[in-house]
Design a protein around this ligand. Structure first.
Ligand SMILES: [Ca+2]
Length: 290
């Protein structure tokens, strides 16, 4: 437990680092003041730079051909429009788990383990993380995506498969986690929401933990679209409207859409096994942020 907490604190410290890196990366497109800076290796940027150079050359030519009395200063609005960088679009972050790039909480201790190995994130088996839905002890059978940060609107997807242990347990995605006391566990005052499936009984469930200590099962239904055994199932969650609406998909089928209040509209995301004594594997994670 302690090691997990330490890992979590280390992990959270890295969130800030990633955000700084992300901000720098995002700012690269607008920081084109220095000419011929080679670090932005994007075809669209090169095309935009060429287009700008062409436009400047054209403008200079036109200015040279116009009598001085006819030159007009650009209006403030026109100037603003000219210097505005191209609006940034959605950012997609992907992880194929080919290596541990520091994007996830990884740990191995007496409680359980989350490890990146052979191109897969292996989660569990856990011994002491309690079970989802039980208020008697903090729940911790999950790993948070460090690099994803705290998010509201997102489109997240992952391939998941049962690996070993009790096959009638559930596993899936953490949709939202508000870790009030910052220990990486779902405690009484934390908000938590996940989306899990069982390959044995072929059902899915949406588990919610409310601040105050109450667990709720928002939905739990059989779903024929779930692939059984050790086959891969693709989970997707599309969180929209400021994080208050989350559409859930199993293998491309929208199986549930939950509505949340604004107090629950942001948090971290991750991967989970809902109960002890099971190991699940995850691959091809992606999340798109607006
Ligand atoms: Ca906590």
């Amino acid at each position: 437990m302690t090691q997990h907490m330490v890992q979590t604190k280390r992990a959270l410290a890295m969130v800030g680092s990633f955000l700084v890196i992300a901000a720098l990366a995002c700012g690269g497109g607008g920081g084109g003041g220095a000419t011929n800076t080679p670090q932005v290796n994007v075809a669209g940027t090169a095309a935009a730079l060429q287009s700008t150079a062409d436009a400047l050359a054209k403008a200079q030519t036109e200015q040279a051909n116009v009598p001085p009395t006819a030159i007009q200063l650009p209006t403030a609005e026109a100037t603003t429009e000219t210097v505005q960088p191209t609006a940034s679009g959605p950012t997609t972050y992907v992880d194929d788990f080919s290596a541990d790039k520091g994007n996830w909480e990884v740990f191995t201790n007496d409680v359980g383990s989350a490890q990146i190995s052979d191109g897969v994130l292996l989660l569990g088996p856990f011994k002491e993380c309690a079970d989802v839905g039980q208020a008697s002890a903090p729940f911790g059978c999950f790993t948070q995506c460090i690099s994803c940060g705290t998010v509201s609107d997102y489109d997240m997807q992952v391939d998941a498969a049962y690996i070993s242990g009790r096959s009638d347990q559930t596993f899936g995605m953490v949709l939202r986690f508000q870790d009030v006391n910052n220990n990486g566990l779902v405690d009484k005052d934390d908000y938590y929401l996940d989306f899990e499936l069982s390959v044995f009984d072929k059902f899915f469930a949406v588990y919610e933990h409310l601040a105050g200590g109450t667990w709720k099962t928002l939905d739990q239904r059989t779903e024929d679209n779930i692939a059984g055994g050790k086959q891969i199932n693709t989970l997707r969650a599309n969180s929209t409207e400021g994080g208050t609406k989350v559409a859930l998909y199993l293998n491309g089928v929208n199986v549930e859409t939950v509505t949340l209040d604004s107090a629950s509209s942001s948090g971290t995301v991750g991967l989970a096994v809902g109960f002890r004594n099971m190991q699940a594997g995850f691959d091809n994670f992606s999340i798109t942020l607006p």
